[in-house]
Design a binder for this molecule. Structure first.
Ligand code: GDP
Length: 137
């Protein structure tokens, strides 16, 4: 059993498809261990994406992630990290396989609907970034 972090990004929250995205997780064997809607500050988003700080798109990424509320979710299940990545699809929605969340709900490489931890170690750190221990069941 693994846990991983998903973020429903501001574009998907603005489109009112939180429930449709959560349904993808639940319909594919993942369970919701915790979930909340928050509005990230610039400092939050900068810290969360600090591995990308030197990338040319960092400023746009922080601006986008703070442009509206997001939903942060702890997903739980067998192979949850890989399963979530598979359900999300490729970073660029134009390259995402049909039927993936990004193919169906994202419009561009920055407004790409969801975030998902890319390793078990990052998942632990990312969950701790957003949730206190008692908030995760
Ligand atoms: P992910 O793990 O699939 O989300 O992809 P990465 O970890 O490589 O990138 C993190 C996030 O940065 C992506 O989800 C995008 O929102 C954003 N991003 C990545 N590449 C680009 C880019 O070339 N341009 C812009 N504007 N944003 C990007």
């Amino acid at each position: 059993m693994e846990q991983t972090l998903s973020i429903i990004k501001p574009d998907a929250v603005a489109k009112n498809v939180i429930g449709k995205i959560v349904d993808r997780f639940e319909s594919n064997g993942l369970r919701i261990a915790s979930l909340k809607k928050i509005h990230l500050s610039g400092a939050d988003a900068g810290k969360f994406y600090e591995v990308h700080a030197q990338r040319p798109f960092f400023g746009e990424l922080v601006e986008f992630m703070t442009s509206g509320p997001v939903v942060v979710i702890v997903l739980e299940g067998e192979n949850a990290v890989a399963k979530n990545r598979e359900l999300m699809g490729a970073t660029d929605p134009k390259e995402a396989k049909a039927g993936t969340i990004r193919a169906d709900f994202a419009q561009s490489i920055d407004a790409n609907a969801v975030h998902g931890s890319d390793s078990l170690e990052n998942a632990k750190n990312e969950i701790n970034f957003f949730f206190a221990g008692r908030e995760v069941l």
